[in-house]
Design a binder for this molecule. Structure first.
Ligand SMILES: [Zn+2]
Length: 196
């Protein structure tokens, strides 16, 4: 089953817990009722799971549901989901070495990638065909850039510049500065402005 590429990662489906305000990650499960599909999230502070519906996220949830229905290896996908949203870098390292057919894509800030695996994560972002739902090219580039900045890997920054056109990189600049918030946008500016 094919579906339109999505322009965000599944990290977008997290929500704040009503009780403690903590960011609560998407569990991978959805609930359909009243004509709406809710994403089920889990509070990291033990306040349980709760369903969230948000108009802005409808398309992403729908794309997730469709891609789930078309998975070749649903059990492996669920196991990978747990590893990617977990806290065990060693388990993630094993997964990234042999990712199987399909993986859910989260933003690098939400995934326990060990520094030693940053380059592997980066290569999968740009080249792995099994991300579900399938990310747009812009998402691949943005996440690769975020990985290069987070892990301060100049070789990865160089690789993004070879992969993406100047227009694609410039189109991501504003979004990216917002994403980096307090951190130094000069790092990104240097990446984008370097000779190609
Ligand atoms: Zn809570």
């Amino acid at each position: 089953m094919t579906t339109e590429p999505v322009d965000v990662t599944l990290s977008r489906l997290r929500s704040e817990c009503d009780l403690c305000g903590a960011w609560s990650a998407f569990t991978g499960r959805t609930e359909a009722r009243d004509g709406k599909t809710y994403a089920v999230v889990r509070c990291p502070n033990g306040h349980g799971e709760f369903p969230v519906w948000n108009r802005d996220r409808e398309q992403l949830v729908a794309a997730y549901v469709r891609s789930r229905a078309g998975l070749r290896a649903p059990a492996a996908f669920d196991g990978a989901f747990a590893t990617l949203t977990g806290t065990d870098p060693a388990a993630l390292s094993r997964l990234l070495a042999a990712p199987g057919a399909e993986l859910p894509l989260f933003s690098v800030e939400d995934v326990p990638v060990a520094a030693a695996d940053a380059a592997r994560w980066f290569d999968l972002l740009l080249g792995f065909p099994g991300w579900r739902p399938a990310p747009s090219r812009a998402v691949r580039i943005e996440e690769a850039l975020a990985t290069a900045v987070k892990y301060e890997t100049p070789a990865c920054g160089e690789a993004v510049r070879r992969f993406a056109s100047p227009e694609e990189l410039e189109g991501l600049f504003d979004r990216f500065v917002r994403r980096l918030r307090g951190s130094d946008p000069a790092v990104l500016a240097a990446l984008l402005a370097a000779p190609r």
